[in-house]
Design a protein around this ligand. Sequence first.
Ligand SMILES: [Zn+2]
Length: 142
Amino acid sequence: MIKKAAEWALTHILELVLSGFAVALPTWLLWAEDRLLPHIAQVKSIWVLRGLAIAVAVILCSFAYIVSLKPCLKWVAIIGVYQDRKTGRYYCASCKQLHKTLSPLKTEESGWRCMVRGCDKFYRNPDYRRPPEERSNQEGQW
Ligand SMILES: [Zn+2]
């Protein structure tokens, strides 16, 4: 639970910080363009071009990082769940279809269970075989 909350906070804080920069930096540049133009005119154009290239690279890398945090899901028909291609983690199909949320499933002995209150859906592992019952001690004492 704590790990999930930390993951959520990290994702949303990064999105908030990056979107803040995406709005604040161009706004500041437009606001201060009259003051910046004399200084930029003194800088060689090659340095301006390199600065723009670095800015574009930072923006694209930040975007790629945010996109990489989101799960890339595929449908696993034999179980009836979604699976993240990167981590292998299973997600509840019922929650995704009904509530548009991604609910990671908890692994149990014979399958996977959704821990969302109200859903509690269980997905049986088709490869699971119940272990043979142990003989009671009384049976062998005859
Ligand atoms: Zn669910």
